[in-house]
Design a protein around this ligand. Structure first.
Ligand SMILES: Nc1ncnc2c1ncn2[C@@H]1O[C@H](COP(=O)(O)OP(=O)(O)OP(=O)(O)O)[C@@H](O)[C@H]1O
Length: 550
């Protein structure tokens, strides 16, 4: 991590040369219970008066589960909602954390939030490409940095091994936590002496790391106290605060804060990115394409599904005659089937933003890329292989097998209509996908509007005869616009025969109250386009609104 250019006089000498020093002082962080998406109930302090100094080297934080380790790290890394911070602040080398610093540092969380289809090298290179400014770092430079990191970490062999004593010995500094409070912070090799002075005795052959956990868990009792082990453990934070160790840390912090004055208390600057929009687009789209190529099942399944349904509908309605009454009945049935297939066949789009939600939140809040870049790359990577190509294949097979109007323009209009219907369904699915975090919720939310739209599509219910207060639903029905356009495209300009008469297709359109003028046709396509644009825009807004705080 580079040192800042303007280190305030007096603080400069304080911080060591070989890396940054993190100081945090008087941190009080609280959360509120959330029920039914509303924050209610009393505030619960999960960090209480936490202060410390972490210098370059191996700094370890230990404590029982729920003691506040992750919360402290999240707060230092700027991942916790600032609204919960009641008091205190975090400085790196005596300065507030800026986006520059965020870009040149890394926070590796306990959950696995890497792209599974990419190798370790590719994941690291992706991060390097977006977080290192290409003006200052050449491609070779980035590759050698990635090689160096892989070499340095070399963690593959010990990924599944337990916190051993040999690991503990590598710690320079140890922070022990209990119920959101610090119970020890100081040199790791001094910790044993500290707790022995408090009257705790380590058993023979016991590992110090396990011993410290026993102390904080209340499984070890101090020989100096006449109280229970549980009471001993609850007094640990008070004892630490009264210790010389803590007084020394507070004095050092006081020195740092007095040296830098009030100026540093300014809050975070707006997020900055190391790379331009277009550069980010190139890198993120590149990864998305690679991911699609390495995980092509969804695209293959979507194509296979479309070919299967195209052949099925083609066989059911094979070469429909122009003779009545079957000409009318079969065409109505076929179009209804087609539109349903176009809308429901794209339900898989709801997984788009749910699948990678954790990766997106992590990368976006680390300053890798803009939300718009991620949104556009996902949209293109999904729309082209999973929607546009399968729909074009579907339209060509179904149209010619069914023997619809032979004019080529009519086929093009049909294919356009099918694509718009499908994309409108996909747009709604994207909106739901960007709004919720679970598939179960997404399935419920997407099924409801689809069913309503189908009912108010004009085929299952006569729209003129239904209740007035429900009739507005027809204006947002993807089914109605799609069906109307399909009917106009097929019936206009065609003649249908019965035993005795020849009837122009326009008569049927009039009977169904469908406006078959030029605008009458195109208004359906414009409305579908409108639904697509509105849904996509709202999906983007929802993506921006995702809560990035932990
Ligand atoms: N956003 C939040 N909302 C409500 N409670 C929270 C939130 N974040 C943390 N907590 C609570 O704060 C306490 C400390 O949690 P934290 O995850 O920091 O502990 P931890 O020591 O890292 O635990 P573990 O070892 O299991 O990861 C827990 O009781 C946890 O439930």
């Amino acid at each position: 991590m580079p040192k800042g250019e303007q280190i305030v006089c007096g603080v400069e000498e304080y911080f060591q040369e070989r890396g940054p020093t993190v100081t945090f002082s008087n941190l009080h962080y609280c959360v509120q219970e959330t029920r039914f998406c509303r924050k209610i109930g009393v505030e619960k302090y999960i960090l209480k008066d936490v202060s410390g100094i972490m210098r370059p080297g191996m700094n370890a934080i230990m404590g029982a589960t729920g003691s506040g380790k992750t919360s402290l790290l999240d707060l230092i890394a700027g991942r916790k909602d600032p609204a919960g911070l009641r008091q205190g602040n975090v400085l790196v080398d005596g300065k507030t954390v800026t986006s520059d610093l965020r870009l040149s540092s890394a926070y590796v969380v306990q959950d696995d939030i890497l792209m599974g289809t990419l190798t370790v090298r590719e994941n690291l290179l992706f991060s390097a490409n977006l977080r290192l400014n290409p003006k200052h770092h050449s491609s070779t430079d980035k590759h050698s940095k990635v090689d160096a990191i892989i070499q340095d970490l070399g963690l593959t062999d010990c990924a599944n091994t337990k916190p051993r004593y040999s690991i503990f010995r590598q710690f320079d500094h140890l922070t022990l936590m209990h119920k959101g409070e610090v119970v020890y912070a100081g040199a790791a090799d001094h910790a044993l002496e500290y707790f022995t002075d408090l009257g705790y005795q380590i058993e023979a052959f016991n590992n110090p790391a396990d011993f410290f956990m026993d102390v904080t868990n209340g499984e070890a009792k101090s020989a100096l106290e006449s109280v229970t082990a549980d009471e001993c453990k609850n007094q640990l934070a008070t004892k630490y605060r009264q210790s010389q160790l803590c007084q020394k840390v507070l004095e050092e912090l006081d020195h740092v804060y007095r040296s830098i004055g009030e100026g540093v208390k300014g809050q975070e600057e707006a997020a900055n990115y190391a790379t331009s929009f277009l550069y980010q687009m190139r890198v993120v789209c590149g990864r998305t394409v690679l991911n699609t190529l390495r995980n092509p099942q969804t695209s293959y399944a979507q194509l296979a599904l479309n070919i299967f349904f195209a052949i099925l509908v083609g066989l059911i309605y094979y070469q429909m005659p122009l003779t009545l009454p079957e000409a009318l009945q079969n065409r109505s049935g076929a179009f209804f089937f087609l539109i349903i297939n176009m809308v429901f066949g794209n339900l898989s789009a709801v997984e788009l933003f749910i699948n990678e939600r954790a990766i997106f939140i992590h990368e976006n809040s680390s300053g890798y890329y803009r939300t718009s870049v991620y949104f556009l790359s996902k949209i293109f990577a999904d729309l082209i292989p999973n929607r546009i190509i399968p729909i074009s294949v579907f339209s060509a097979i179904a149209y010619y097998m069914m023997g619809l109007k032979p004019a080529f323009e009519a086929f093009l209009c049909f294919a356009l209509n099918m694509s718009l219907v499908s994309l409108a369904g996909v747009g709604l699915a994207f909106l739901v996908s960007a709004s919720v975090s679970s598939f179960a919720m997404a399935n419920i939310l997407i099924a409801l509007p689809f069913v309503f739209m189908m009912v108010f599509g004009g085929y299952l219910v006569n729209l003129n005869a239904m209740l007035n207060w429900l009739s507005w639903l027809k204006w947002i029905s993807i089914f109605r616009y799609g069906l109307n356009a399909a009917f106009i495209n097929e019936f206009q300009g065609q003649w249908f025969y019965s035993n005795t008469t020849i009837i122009p297709g326009e008569v049927f359109l009039k009977m169904q109250d469908i406006d078959y003028s030029v605008w009458g046709y195109w208004q359906n396509q414009v409305a579908l386009l409108g639904i697509i644009v509105v849904c996509m825009f709202l999906a983007y807004v929802q993506l921006r609104r995702i809560n990035r705080w932990k």
